[in-house]
Design a protein around this ligand. Structure first.
Ligand SMILES: O=C(O)c1cc(=O)[nH]c(=O)n1[C@@H]1O[C@H](COP(=O)(O)O)[C@@H](O)[C@H]1O
Length: 242
């Protein structure tokens, strides 16, 4: 059953829209951030930008008063994850992703100790459906059940938030309680292309289902007018919470 969004601190609605800077260069990212202006307060740097000079750009965004989500989806032996997270914690980002494997999650929690960094556990990627899990070698299991199992493990390990598809957010909210972050990519405003995403919903629906934050990249950064695209999503989010 969908939970009331009353349990989520609302604050500035713009802080709940995380804009994915999935672009090939810092120059392009800088130009998009400038065009979006005050319509965007929270930016995600993932593989594409991180490996193209994006780590230096973290500080630049923070200096402009923006929040940063480093989407590095770490997964390695525990010692490597722990030491990697310790280094990342010094960059000043607000959020970091790791894959929701218990060893990896425990190591990330140890590595961020003493810092303000929050760790998000990626449960099942939003581009995966049940068939993709079978292809990857998992025994047949509904993706939503694997999300639920990993969310419970993340909660028990002390992870700060969960990344899942919005259709699973209500079930995850019931597992992790009112205070943990639930960050949902795979968001598509009505009428926009799904692309490679499989478990998608609209921005308003994602909030109604219990997401605390939405991740949106292509529908904003590939839009002819990224500022207008971000504003339209924020307006739909505000209407859903009204
Ligand atoms: O961790 C993520 O942010 C993430 C997890 C996931 O399961 N699915 C997913 O799409 N993402 C990221 O969210 C963004 C979604 O991009 P768009 O589909 O273009 O809105 C991409 O940067 C993905 O890397």
């Amino acid at each position: 059953m969908p939970l009331s969004t009353d349990s989520i601190p609302v604050g500035d609605i713009r802080d709940r829209l995380i804009i994915g800077l999935d672009v090939p260069s810092v120059e392009e990212a800088r130009a998009i951030v400038q065009r979006i202006g005050d319509a965007g307060t929270f930016y995600k740097i993932g593989y594409q930008l991180a490996y193209a000079g994006g780590f230096a750009f973290v500080q630049e965004l923070i200096a402009q008063g923006k929040k940063v989500f480093l989407d590095l989806k770490l997964h390695d032996i525990g010692n490597t994850v722990e030491e990697g997270v310790r280094s990342i914690a010094r960059l000043g980002a607000t959020l970091l992703t790791v894959h929701a494997y218990p060893q990896t999650m425990r190591a990330a929690v140890a590595g961020k100790a003493g810092s303000d960094l929050k760790i998000l556990a990626v449960t099942v990627l939003t581009s995966y459906d049940d068939q993709d899990l079978i292809e990857a070698g998992y025994a047949p299991v509904p993706a939503a059940d694997l999300v639920a199992k990993r969310a419970a493990q993340a909660r028990d390990i002390g992870i700060d938030g969960i990344v899942c598809a919005a259709p699973e957010a209500a079930r995850v909210r019931a597992i992790v309680g009112p205070d943990r972050l639930i960050v949902t990519p795979g968001i598509r405003p009505a009428g926009s292309e799904a692309g490679d995403q499989k478990r998608i919903v609209t921005p308003g629906e994602a909030l109604r289902l219990g997401s605390s934050h939405l991740v949106v990249a292509r529908p904003i950064v590939k839009a002819a007018d990224p500022r207008a695209a971000a504003q339209a999503i924020v307006a739909e989010m505000a209407a859903a919470l009204a």
